[in-house]
Ligand binder design. Structure first.
Ligand SMILES: Cc1ncc(COP(=O)(O)O)c(C=O)c1O
Length: 396
């Protein structure tokens, strides 16, 4: 299998982890050589309820017995997609009441950018330095990491950077700006939170200039930071909310949500302003609906804040300079990318899955399933501490 993996399947780096997966359940992934791995990454913030959550699996099975794909998005009435978009609206502020379902996060970003241009009649889009919004051409145009963009230029025009949390830069939002797109909590940049009412100030400037605020909650959304969506911590609401990853409980989905009035602009003039074959797929929508039901009917989201406290208490080590983030979107920061790398690889050998952040080499990603138990948190943190101890001994 390993040979075939490298020979036939496209790779994203020259050095993938290449673990051969046998099965996964709860907070553990099992490999083909009998190894059991505690998962502190959750498929990069995607497996909100852990692996193969029974409610998600049962929703998928039930739907597969009724129908799979029947028509392109938006033509037929299919229960799972309708119920999902309705339950989302019931859990969001009033202006966020209509949802367009797509297949991935980056595709949802594309839809949001198009909608902002269509709704304002303007072309300029502002984005943040070190932002990550996905890898299609539109999303890359608003990615704040120039080095990774250069090889693919020219990207879409009229996109300009601002610095996240920098108030002076808000002057760049003008009556020419269609939208500013921000991650509510920056992910790839190193789990950076908005400070000093930054999002309120962005919101005010947008209102003043008729600019739309797009918040990318593809990573922090769906309970990961202790609220269903992270913007709920900051007393504001976006004009367009983008989601994905954890929404599907392990299945591929993305979505963008706005007001009915704004969303209907995609229907007409031109007609078919945004179309997708598989968006809203009934099997995927069933999994997302089961995930959202579980999150809204239990105290899983509230518990993430208690679990954050436990992580912060346990991850106390001279080599950890800071624990960044909120809820179960955490990054243990160390002094150098070399140390982070060594910790991630040594923990892998000891049965703990950790991962990197895209643009911040000193960060060790900790984004476990929201369903992780206190015992599992303790087990994993002990492995991290043991590895850090052995690194410290080598250095001293
Ligand atoms: C904040 C953010 N936006 C967008 C994306 C892109 O989502 P996808 O990989 O589903 O296209 C990601 C994925 O890592 C993300 O973290």
């Amino acid at each position: 299998m390993k040979n075939d993996f490298f020979k036939y399947q496209a790779q994203t780096t020259p050095h993938p982890l290449a673990m051969e997966i046998s099965r996964a359940e709860g907070s553990y992934i099992y490999d083909k050589s009998g190894g059991k791995h505690l998962d502190f990454v959750a498929g990069v913030s995607a497996c909100t309820l852990g692996h193969c959550h029974p409610r998600v699996v049962s929703a998928i099975k039930n739907q597969t017995e009724k129908y799979l794909h029947v028509m392109v998005y938006g033509e037929y009435i299919q229960d799972p997609a309708v119920a999902l978009t309705k339950l989302l609206a019931e859990n969001l502020p009033e202006n966020l009441n209509t949802t367009y379902l797509v297949n991935s996060g980056t595709e949802a970003i594309e839809g949001a950018l198009k909608l902002a241009r269509r709704a304002t009649g303007r072309t300029q889009i502002l984005y943040a330095n070190n932002a990550y919004h996905g890898n299609t051409m539109g999303s890359m145009s608003v990615m704040g990491f120039e080095e990774r963009k250069n090889a693919f230029k020219p990207l879409i025009p009229d996109c300009f950077p601002v610095t996240f949390n920098n108030e002076a830069d808000l002057e760049k939002i003008t009556s020419e700006t269609a939208a500013i797109i921000l991650e509510t909590i920056q992910g790839g940049a190193g789990f950076i939170q908005p400070e000093n009412n930054y999002l309120k100030k962005v919101r005010e400037k947008c209102d003043e200039t008729g600019t739309l605020l797009i918040l990318d909650e593809i990573q922090p959304g769906f309970g990961r930071t202790g609220e269903l969506f992270a913007f709920q911590h900051f007393g504001i609401a976006p004009d367009i909310l983008v989601m994905g990853k954890g929404m599907g409980g392990g299945m591929p989905i993305g979505a963008f949500t706005t007001s009915h009035e704004v969303m209907t602009l995609l229907q007409d003039n031109p007609k078919l302003g945004h179309i997708t074959t598989f968006g809203g797929n009934p099997v995927i929508a069933s999994a997302a609906l089961a995930t959202l039901q579980e999150l809204t009917e239990t105290d899983i989201i509230k518990q993430t804040l208690e679990k954050e406290k436990l992580f912060r208490k346990l991850l106390n080590h001279p080599l950890i300079t800071e624990v960044r983030g909120r809820g179960l979107m955490l990054a243990a920061m160390v002094e150098t990318p070399e140390i982070a790398n060594e910790v991630i690889l040594a923990c892998k050998d000891r049965g703990l899955i950790l991962f990197w952040l895209l643009f911040e080499g000193r960060a060790i990603r900790i984004t476990p399933p929201l369903t992780i138990s206190n015992d599992e948190i303790t087990e994993g943190c002990n492995i991290i501490l043991e590895v850090l101890d052995s690194i410290q001994k080598k250095v001293n």
